[in-house]
Every structure is written in C-alpha cells, then in structure tokens.
Design a protein around this ligand. Structure first.
Ligand SMILES: Cc1cc2nc3c(=O)[nH]c(=O)nc-3n(C[C@H](O)[C@H](O)[C@H](O)COP(=O)(O)OP(=O)(O)OC[C@H]3O[C@@H](n4cnc5c(N)ncnc54)[C@H](O)[C@@H]3O)c2cc1C
Ligand SMILES: Cc1cc2nc3c(=O)[nH]c(=O)nc-3n(C[C@H](O)[C@H](O)[C@H](O)COP(=O)(O)O)c2cc1C
Length: 567
C-alpha cells in the first residue's frame, strides 16, 4: 500500500512531467526498488554518470565539514561503502583540504553542516570561502552535496544550499540533487547513499548495506544541585547546575554538552484543551507513534514558531496570517483549525525541538563523574511581558533527582592549552564556564602555566559568580591575575574590554611570552569588542599598524593561540 501523502506527491510530479521525464522517473524508481536504473533522459545529470558498469566511477573524493562530528561520521561511512564497491576513495576534512586541487577532482561528494545563524562549521570556513569566491573552474567535476542542519533554525541547511549553488556556478555537474537533512537524518542519509551506490555500482555488484545511525549518542545524567548564582536584587538569573553521570561519558575541559529542552506542561495542556483532543490520542510523527501530549511536550517546537511554520499553517488553513513569529497556542486561538484532521496536519508542520549547547564548567579531573553547567535564564520580551528562552528556562527549573539526556559537543578548537603555557582567559557572564573548568583542571594537575582571568557582569555585589572558588585559587597561586568589570559598579571599568585596555602593557608581555588568548561568552557585542581591544593593544604596545595587527591576530589564531567559544 502507498501512503496518501506520497501518492499525492507522485501524482503532482507526474502531472508536471513530460513523456521523457516520466520514462526516466519510472526507470529510476524501478532502479531504486530493484537495483537497476534504466534509460536516463538525455539532459539528466545522471546521464553524465557512468551507471550500471558502462563506465563506472572509479574514484571519488569525500569532503566533510563538521562541528559536532555528524558529517564526519556520515562521510566515513560513505567512504567505507564506496570502497566496498572498489571505488578509490579519498576522505578529507574540509579543514585540511587543499582547495587548489578542487579542479582536478572527478567526483566530489560533500557532506557539510550548518552552524551558528546559517554559517559553515568554523574549521570549514576557508573551504567555504574559496567556493564562495568563485575562483574555481570545475567544468570537469561531478558533485553531490548532503547538507546537514535542523529545521528548528531559520536558515535550514544554509551552508549546504550555498555550497551546492556555488559548485553549480563553477561549472560542476550535479550527480544528485541537493539533499537536506534534519536532526533525525538516518532516512535521508541512507537514501542518499543508496542513490550514490546506484550511480557507482556496476551491474554485477550488489549494493553494500547502508547502515548510518544517528550521530549524537545521548547519555543520562541526574540533577543533584541547581542554585541561583546571583544574590537578591540582581538583574540576572544565572544558574549553577550539577549533574551526576549515570552512563559513561568522556570529555575534556572546553567541551560542551547538547541538551534537548522540554516544553512546559502548562503550554501543552492549553493547546490540547483548545484542540478538544484527548491528551493520549495516538499520533504519528516522522514514522514514529506518539501520544499527543508527549509529542507536544518533548518533541516539537510549540513556542516562538518559525516564519516557515506560520507560512505553512496559513497555506493549510487558508488564513491570511501576518509574518510574525508566535506560539502555537496563540496561532490556534487566533486562526482556529476547522476540524481534527486539520489540527493533526498542523501538528505535522511543526519543527522538531533543536538541542542547545552549554559549555561545561566542570573539570573531569576535579569533578569526577559530574557535569556542571552555568546557565543564564535568558529573558525574552513578548507583548511587553518577560518570558524566557525555552532551554534556559527549562534548565533553570530542573529539580534534584530529574534525569536528563545530554550529548557531547566537542570543542576541538577550544581546548586547555599545554601545561606549561600561560593563558589569558576572557569570560564575562556565563563565559566563565570553560575557565572554571580550565582552572580547576590545572589546579588538580599542578600545571606550571600561569592563568589570568578577566571576568565581568552587571554588579559586584550580586553577580560575582564562583567568587569563593576564584578567591581561593588566587590565594593559592593557581590564578595569578584576576581583573573584574562591573557594568553597574561605581568604578570606571564597566566591561572586560575596559579592563583589557587598562592592562595593555602587562598583557602584551604575556602574549609575547607565548600566552594563549581565549574568549568565551557573548558573541555580539562582547567578543567583537574584545577583539577590537586586542587589535588596539597590538598597535599601541607592539608597534603594529591596522593591517599588520589584523595579520598578527590571524597568525595567532592559526597557531591555536587565539580561540573563541562565543554564542
Ligand atoms: C558553543 C555554545 C556554548 C554555549 N554555552 C553556554 C553556557 O555555558 N551558558 C549559557 O547560558 N548559554 C550557553 N550557550 C547558549 C545556549 O546554547 C542557548 O542559546 C541559550 O541558553 C538560549 O537558549 P534558549 O533555549 O533559552 O533560548 P531560545 O528559546 O532559543 O531563544 C533564543 C532567542 O529567540 C528569541 N525568542 C525565543 N522565544 C521567544 C519568545 N517567546 N518571544 C520572542 N522572542 C523569543 C529571542 O530573541 C531569544 O533571545 C552556548 C551556545 C553555544 C553555541
Ligand atoms: C549552535 C548550533 C547552531 C546551529 N545552527 C544551524 C542553522 O543555522 N541552520 C541549520 O540548518 N542547522 C543548524 N544547526 C544544526 C546542525 O547543523 C545539525 O545539528 C547537524 O547535524 C550538525 O552536524 P555536525 O555534527 O556535522 O556539525 C545548528 C546546531 C547548533 C548546535
């Protein structure tokens, strides 16, 4: 039996296709089902592909761009499967790939994720910039792009979309159409691999089995402690949360964890009451069976819906809805569904909840078997009322005994420098998190490198996070220097940037003696202002002009001595 939605899509596709295209599609689909692709149409990109052994592909280069390892995992499996088909495969990290070789590639398979607000993974940025520049002439290259992303972000799979576009612009020929994958990417990835195998397989060879499994292995951790770090009267709500690991989990200082937040029970109840459905109504979502209340509580985005979801809802219901993000409850209240079927269809339009990352403030050596988080409960204004960001609100309310799932997000570019190296740590607000981990780790290890911390927040009286610990580390000589900045304090030093500029001379000596500079916390404006301050210091203290100061910082970054964990 064919599912109704698939049948509708095929009918639509058939309506739009001419006879040749229909013949091609029928052969292609038969090939997918039975292992044979027949009669590609003359203008199909697949025509350029040697299928069924006629002139089979013999080489392929698989390039991956990753932040958290999913793309690497998939790329490794793709490479292994192609090797089983006797293809000579080169597997390369985009960070290591020599872009001048691009034009020599015959068959290029790119697997790349999107990060930040529609940005490439940090290490893949030079590769991405090269493609963007349009320098490459790739008329002899075939390619396929697998884009990893999450529909919970407004710029879904943006990097993969751009890479695909730029390759096309450079004259390369698409072996397969771009494939965009959401967080639960197994099905799309397996289909992509199967399609590739169809293109690379000689008739005699059976397809190797596709076995990609979802990348982010979750472990369980139990909340043991959740306290507010701010004193009464503070403008901030920053929580220190301790979790006891229930499963094996290895991390290093500088790493983060990913957490999937839950929606509030109250918000879910409101929606269910409005819908008139039973909370335990059985409903399917992405091939899995759920109870309605669980689906809304744990799986789907029901607050601050994306404009894409609102737009799809408008198409579904026929309302003229302005382009404004709003909660599902308000959407259903203001623009009610007509019946149960429409409500179920509307639920099907919702994005899955995306995980949020939190840099760990614990150290594996000092806090064995534990994970510590430093979380700002993020205020967001909604109709002149203060709400809070979904995950930070969820975390700030976790009670001792609650078990949460977390996954590792390695920060390969933000790790504790070698024992002997000095570190300048700039971490206002929750940016303190990795530096608490660094100092605690170095304290246990007896590392010889010196540590200098720049910390800042709103007010000295209420917002000096981890004051007792920092004071003790300073007293025992683990923390050599600590400079503080208070936005609402009486002094002149309002921001960490002010503090850095005040200490320019000594700071320059540390940097010249090999110190690492590491920044954590707010991306904009904090990390940008800090970077500007470093460039100013290089000019004032090091005799650089504007251009050479920029080159100096670039070089420092290349050597791994200038690193950022900013968000
Ligand atoms: C590598 C990395 C490390 C990080 N480490 C830390 C850390 O150690 N500590 C920490 O506290 N954070 C950290 N973060 C940030 C963290 O991942 C989350 O982004 C942060 O907690 C906010 O998530 P949230 O779910 O609370 O907010 P979200 O719900 O995702 O809200 C994000 C934004 O969406 C808008 N928005 C959301 N809901 C509404 C609404 N109802 N009405 C209007 N606008 C709305 C607002 O502009 C809001 O600022 C880190 C991020 C990264 C990438
Ligand atoms: C901080 C952060 C920002 C992200 N931003 C986006 C985004 O803008 N667009 C998108 O489609 N996916 C985004 N994602 C989702 C990732 O692309 C997705 O999790 C992907 O599977 C990660 O693959 P990787 O492990 O190879 O980096 C983001 C994920 C994180 C953790």
């Amino acid at each position: 039996m064919i599912r109704e939605n698939i049948k509708q899509r095929i009918t639509e596709l058939a309506r739009q296709s001419n006879r040749d295209e229909l013949l091609w599609i029928s052969g292609y689909v038969a090939g997918l089902a039975g292992g044979h692709i027949a009669h590609p149409a003359a203008d199909s990109p697949l025509m350029d592909m040697p299928v069924n052994g006629s002139a089979a592909i013999t080489t392929a280069t698989v390039i991956y761009g990753t932040e958290t390892g999913n793309a690497k995992k998939i790329a490794t499996q793709v490479a292994a499967l192609l090797k089983q088909q006797k293809i000579v495969v080169k597997l390369v990290d985009a960070a290591q790939y020599k872009v001048e070789n691009l034009a020599k590639e015959k068959n290029l398979l790119i697997i790349i994720s999107t990060q930040g607000d529609g940005e490439p993974p940090l290490a893949a940025k030079p590769f991405y910039d090269y493609l963007k520049s349009g320098t490459a002439a790739l008329h002899g290259t075939n390619y396929a792009v697998l884009a990893l992303g999450s529909t919970a972000y407004p710029l879904f799979c943006q990097t993969g979309i751009e890479v695909d576009e730029w390759l096309k612009r450079s004259g390369a020929k698409a072996l397969l159409p771009l494939v965009k994958c959401d967080e639960d990417f197994d099905a799309e990835v397996n289909t992509w691999i199967a399609d590739l195998q169809q293109l690379t397989r000689s008739a005699a060879q059976p397809a190797a089995q596709t076995v990609v499994k979802k990348g982010k292995a979750k472990v369980r951790a139990e909340v043991t402690f959740n306290i507010l770090l701010n004193d009464e009267g503070s403008r901030r709500q920053t929580h220190h949360i301790e979790l006891k690991l229930l499963d094996q989990f290895a991390y290093t200082p500088g790493d983060a964890v990913g957490i999937y937040p839950h929606n509030s029970a109250h918000a879910v109840q409101q929606i269910i009451a409005l819908s008139g459905m039973a909370a335990d109504y059985a409903i399917r979502y992405k091939e899995e069976e759920y109870v309605l209340s669980d689906l809304l509580r744990y799986k789907l985005c029901i607050v601050h819906l994306s404009l894409r979801t609102i737009d799809k809802y408008a198409t579904l219901t026929g309302y003229d809805i302005p382009e404004t993000r709003m909660d599902l409850y308000d959407l259903l209240r203001i623009y009610p569904v007509k019946n149960t079927e429409q409500f179920i269809a509307a639920v099907g339009l919702l994005d899955a909840i995306a995980p949020r990352l939190y840099t760990l403030s614990s150290s594996p050596a000092a806090h064995e078997g534990e994970l510590h988080l430093t979380v700002l409960r993020l205020p967001v204004m909604h109709e002149e009322k203060t709400n809070y960001g979904l995950c930070s609100d969820y975390l700030s309310q976790l009670e001792a005994g609650t078990v949460v799932d977390v996954f590792l997000h390695q920060h390969k570019h933000f790790q504790l420098p070698p024992h002997h190296a000095d570190i300048v740590m700039i971490g206002p607000g929750t940016g303190i998190a990795p530096f608490r981990s660094f100092i605690a780790e170095r304290d246990v290890a007896g590392a010889s490198g010196k540590n200098w911390l720049f910390f800042g927040e709103k007010d000295f009286v209420t917002d000096f996070y981890y004051q007792t610990e920092l004071q003790a580390w300073h007293d025992t000589g683990v923390l050599h220097n600590i400079d503080l900045a208070w936005e609402h304090g009486p002094g002149e030093i309002k921001t960490v940037t002010d503090a850095l500029l005040l200490q320019a001379e000594e700071l320059w000596q540390w940097i010249n003696s090999g110190a690492y500079i590491m920044i954590s916390g707010e991306k904009d404006p904090m990390s940008k202002a800090v970077e500007d301050a470093l460039l100013t210091i290089a000019q004032q203290q090091g005799g650089h002009d504007e251009a050479s100061a920029a080159l100096w910082l670039k070089q420092l970054s290349k050597e791994g001595r200038y690193a950022k964990d900013v968000y």
